[in-house]
Design a protein. Structure first.
Lengths: 109, 114
C-alpha cells in the first residue's frame, strides 16, 4: 500500500472555477502535512503547510482530517497560472517525507 | 542569494560509467535529501542525511552512493550498478528545528543514458 495516494486527474477546469483535490495517507502517526506545486520539468515548490484546524492562503484552502487520514486542497477562482501538478506530502515521525504521485490541473481560458 | 543549487542541469552517462551529481545549499540547513522522479511517479527517496558524516538509505538506495563531508554539500554518485538511471534527480534540504519545517528543493538534474 502506498504511503500517500492522490487522484492523478487530470482535472481540466475553466477559469474562475473552484476545484478540490484529495489525498489520503496510510501512517496514522504522520506528523506534518504539505501541498507542493510542481510545474512541468521544474522542481516542486511549497504551496502551503496543512494544519489540523485548516488554513487558508488567499484563494487556497487546505484541510486535514486526522481521524480519516485525509488531506484536501481547495482552489477558488482558478487562474490560468494555477495550471500545474499538485503534490500531497506527508512527513513521518522521523525525518522522511512521502510524496503522492500528484494531481494534474489545467485551467482553460 | 540563499538557496539550493544543483549541477549540472543535464548529465549524460555512458554504459558502465559512474557520474556524480552536485548539491550545495547555503541556507544552513541540517538535513539534506536526494530523490528520484520518473514520469508519472511520485518522488522516491534515495538517501538522506541529518548531520555531517552520517546518512541513511532511502527506499531505492541500490546503485547509488553519497557523502556528507560538509554541512552545505551532499553529492550523489550514480554508479554503474544502477541499471536504469535515466530520471530527474532532485536534492532538498530543511532545518530540523523548529520541528515541522518542510523541505526546499534545488532545480534538479536530468540524467540521460547514452
Amino acid at each position: 500500500r502506498k504511503e500517500v495516494e492522490q487522484d492523478p486527474g487530470p482535472f481540466n477546469v475553466p477559469e474562475g472555477a473552484t476545484v478540490a483535490f484529495n489525498c489520503t495517507y496510510s501512517n496514522s502517526a504522520s506528523q506534518s502535512f504539505f501541498w507542493y506545486r510542481q510545474d512541468c520539468r521544474k522542481e516542486p515548490k511549497l504551496l502551503m503547510s496543512v494544519y489540523s484546524s485548516g488554513n487558508e492562503d488567499g484563494r487556497f484552502t487546505a484541510q486535514l482530517n486526522r481521524a480519516s487520514q485525509y488531506i484536501s486542497l481547495l482552489i477558488r477562482d482558478s487562474k490560468l497560472s494555477d495550471s500545474a501538478t499538485y503534490l500531497c506530502v506527508v512527513r513521518d515521525t522521523g525525518n522522511q517525507f512521502y510524496f503522492g504521485t500528484g494531481t494534474s490541473l489545467t485551467v482553460i481560458p | 542569494d540563499g538557496g539550493i543549487t544543483q549541477s549540472p542541469k543535464y548529465l549524460f552517462r555512458k554504459e558502465g560509467q559512474n557520474v556524480t551529481l552536485s548539491c550545495e545549499q547555503n541556507l544552513n540547513h541540517d538535513a539534506m535529501y536526494w530523490y528520484r522522479q520518473d514520469p508519472g511517479q511520485g518522488l522516491r527517496l534515495i538517501y538522506y542525511s541529518q548531520i555531517v558524516n552520517d546518512f541513511q538509505k532511502g527506499d531505492i538506495a541500490e546503485g547509488y552512493s553519497v557523502s556528507r563531508e560538509k554541512k552545505e554539500s551532499f553529492p550523489l554518485t550514480v554508479t554503474s550498478a544502477q541499471k536504469n538511471p535515466t530520471a530527474f534527480y532532485l536534492c532538498a534540504s530543511r532545518r530540523l528545528w523548529p520541528d515541522g519545517e518542510t523541505q526546499y528543493f534545488g532545480p534538479g538534474t536530468r540524467l540521460l543514458v547514452l
